[in-house]
Design a protein around this ligand. Structure first.
Ligand code: ADP
Ligand code: MG
Length: 707
């Protein structure tokens, strides 16, 4: 099993279970290898004749490694991955098994996928979807208690070609940004780059708690977060967990996790304790966004699996515990040519720096212009507890550039290009442009979108969600601005002059998005409002941006989403929100009625018995403590019961409601979520006064500190 890893040879282990370049080169005929490589590097379509050869080599390799099954591994709109395992067994001849895996089976699969959310797309066209091999992401072997399975990264579409997954539009958005970035690069004289990749390194936060304790909490089990829980005496105020030394049990888990991920070729590099007690982080080295997205899905899956093996439960929810930090996913994003030039890395020469500033400005404009769609891409019910809740990033999209870069852009904006005053200011594309700060490292942790020297870090992304959607939006929005820039530069008479004008204009028109101060402060909320920046603090409102005219136009123009696909996604997200809140409300009612109320009644009976027993023995002292306690218990119990009945009634009403999906989601947000908060108040008060041995589920202190 995987954990016999006392002496790991990292070089040997890494990619051991991946059908990677080395294996391909070794096992494929030269011409087949070359054709496949071209598909992977340049995105050219794969010749079906090549696929047969690849499939066979893949099968032989997988079987030699001990695999018996393969699966088209895909990412439907549930946000998690889906797999249906098929054995390599093809026919049986005279009692003997014959294994086969054809190019056809590799390239295309047809899962009976009618139970995946499609937002109405499939019912209108075809009941079934089909899966297509994404040859740009390596196939790998996944190892679990069921053995080894060959996983083939796959896109999932309807028969009429609509995307039913997260991968298809991501690939389309990569195509869009590559195309437009290349146009700009050519204008700057780059004739050799063949493709531009969006690169992403996603830092994943998570909580680890003891599994026995986890199983005693229905709320964690069903909803991923605690719906109740009185504040423990200690939270994160001492800041003694962040980067603290790892406890043995956690260190053991992490080592096992690293090993599992390395085997699957996932370059995880960093691991540490995070701010909240029981919170941790894992981060891989960045890769192209398609691979990074696949790998992040595998990381989430493996976190849960390995935790289980260590009798731990891994919580990926954005806010498992009230009162301490929640979890996010820091999406580090940049653009890089296939030759390895990072386009967001300030260069050494004025010419390189002019190019850098153009790409930087493209991101500035994209984030300002499409802020609401970006915000929508980070929306889910869990993140509503995080964004704007005085931790992690605020719900307002703004950008941190740092003082030095901001000053440079300020100076460029001020230069009017005529009088002698101009010499005091910067001009781009000529020799007066000084070296740009290389290490403008980000010391501002409160910004949702921060420039960190050679990449941007988008910090709003929810910890439990796929990183596909935020990157689809980023790629497409930046592609759009780059296309506008390319249009202008292609027509320009004086190239340097036009570069200068574009930077000036973009900075002038979009500098409202730049904010280098404290994103958590009240002042910023007011200032942002003055600047006209939106503060959208809930999922239902945030999602509207997906189907705005601006969004429909943007995604259609770059061939990333059709209007039908966008509307489908909007509906799926609204439904997902409703379902989440509904499960939370039902779990809450269940726990109150079946666990909390009976426990409190027993407590009251005990105290009542104690009072009468005491009075029988001692006459001259009143048992005032018990009397106060029993009144307190009964009062809170009455309130708890009243609020729970209200919640039940409202939930019933919302289910009867006959309006649009949007209106229904609003009711869940405004009525159900608010009612749930009231129920929690009384339950948490009771937890503070009931005998702790009697409380029906483990308390916050045990969950967060007993490991
Ligand atoms: P911090 O925790 O300070 O934000 P880390 O070094 O832990 O920083 O994480 C930064 C992440 O950014 C890593 O995953 C790293 O690989 C990634 N990264 C670095 N350079 C790039 C780049 N050019 N494009 C995308 N991601 C990058
Ligand atoms: Mg970070």
């Amino acid at each position: 099993m995987a954990n016999g890893n006392s002496n790991v040879d990292l070089k040997q282990v890494f990619g051991e279970n991946v059908f990677n370049d080395e294996v391909m080169r070794e096992r494929l005929p030269k011409n087949v290898y070359k054709a496949l490589r071209k598909t992977m590097d340049e995105g050219v379509p794969l010749d079906p004749a090549v696929a047969d050869v690849v499939a066979n080599a893949m099968k032989d390799w997988a079987i030699e490694k001990g695999a018996t099954h393969y699966t088209h591994w895909f990412q439907p709109m549930t946000g998690i991955t889906a797999e249906k395992h098929e054995s390599f067994l093809n026919t049986v001849s005279e009692g003997k098994a014959i294994t086969e895996f054809s190019g056809k089976a590799l390239i295309k699969g047809e899962p009976d996928a009618s139970s995946f959310p499609s937002g109405g797309i499939r019912s209108t066209f075809e009941a079934r979807g089909y899966t297509v091999w994404d040859a740009t992401s390596y196939a790998f072997l996944k190892e679990d208690e069921g053995g080894l399975t060959l996983c083939i990264p796959t896109a999932f579409c309807s028969y009429t070609g609509e995307a039913l997954d997260k991968k298809t539009p991501l690939l389309r958005s990569m195509e869009a940004v590559s195309k437009q970035a290349l146009r700009v690069l050519r204008l700057f004289g780059n004739t050799t780059a063949k493709r531009v990749f969006a690169t992403v390194g996603a830092e994943q936060e998570y909580f680890l708690i003891d599994k026995d304790l986890y199983l005693k909490r229905k709320d964690l089990f069903f909803t991923g977060r605690t719906l109740f829980g009185a504040r423990p005496p200690k939270g994160q105020e001492l800041e003694d967990h962040y980067f603290g030394s790892l406890k043995d049990r956690i260190a053991n888990f992490m080592r096992d996790l690293d090993y599992e991920l390395w085997k699957m070729g996932i370059p995880v590099k960093t691991k540490h304790n995070e701010v909240a007690p029981a919170q941790h982080e894992i981060a891989p080295i960045y890769e192209n966004v398609n691979i990074a997205t696949d790998h992040n899905q595998v990381i989430m899956d493996t976190l849960k699996r390995v935790a289980n093996r260590h009798n731990l439960a891994c919580l990926l929810h954005e806010k498992p515990f009230a009162g301490v930090n929640g979890s996010g996913k820091h999406n580090n994003w940049s653009l890089s040519t296939n030759e390895g030039q990072n386009l967001l890395d300030p260069g050494k020469t004025p010419h390189e720096n002019a190019q850098f500033l153009i790409f930087l400005c493209a991101v500035i404009k994209a984030v300002d212009e499409y802020a609401e769609i970006l915000r929508a891409s980070a929306a889910n019910a869990g993140n509503d507890h995080r964004l704007g809740a005085n931790e992690a990033p605020p719900a307002i999209v703004s950008m941190y550039l740092g003082d030095q870069l901001t000053e440079i852009l300020e100076n460029i904006e001020k230069g009017n290009g005529t009088e002698k005053k101009e010499r005091e200011y910067l001009r781009v594309g000529v020799n007066t442009l000084p070296p740009l700060p290389k290490d403008a490292s980000d010391r501002n942790r409160t910004s949702p979108f921060a420039f960190t020297g050679n990449k941007f870090e988008f910090r709003m992304v929810p910890s439990s969600a796929s990183i596909a959607t935020p990157n689809i939006v980023l790629n497409t929005a930046v592609a759009e601005v780059l296309s506008e820039i390319a249009d202008r530069l292609e027509k320009a008479k004086d190239f340097n002059e036009e570069v200068n004008n574009i930077i000036k204009e973009i900075y002038k028109n979009h500098k409202r998005i730049i904010f280098n101060g404290d994103g958590y402060s009240e002042d910023w909320v007011k200032e942002a409002e003055r600047r006209g920046l939106k503060n959208i603090n809930n999922t239902v409102d945030a999602l509207c941006a997906l189907i705005s005219d601006k969004s429909i136009k943007l995604f259609a123009k770059h061939g990333v989403f059709t209007e039908v696909e966008l509307r489908a996604r909007y509906e799926i997200k609204l439904e997902e929100y409703i379902k989440h809140i509904n499960v939370e409300a039902r779990t809450m009612i269940d726990m109150v009625k079946k666990e909390i109320v009976p426990a409190v009644i027993k407590e009251i009976t005990d105290v009542a018995n104690s009072i009468s027993a005491f009075k029988n023995v001692v006459k001259e002292i009143e048992p005032t403590t018990q009397i106060e306690l029993i009144k307190d218990l009964q009062n809170n119990l009455n309130e708890l019961n009243k609020e729970t009945l209200e919640l039940e009634k409202e939930l019933e009403k919302v289910h009867q409601f006959n309006g649009t999906l949007y209106e229904k989601a609003c009711l869940f947000r405004d009525v159900i979520v608010e009612r749930m908060k009231k129920v929690r108040v009384y339950a948490d008060r009771l937890e503070m006064i009931v005998d702790e041995d009697r409380w029906p589920f483990p308390s916050y202190d045990k969950l967060m500190f007993y490991i």
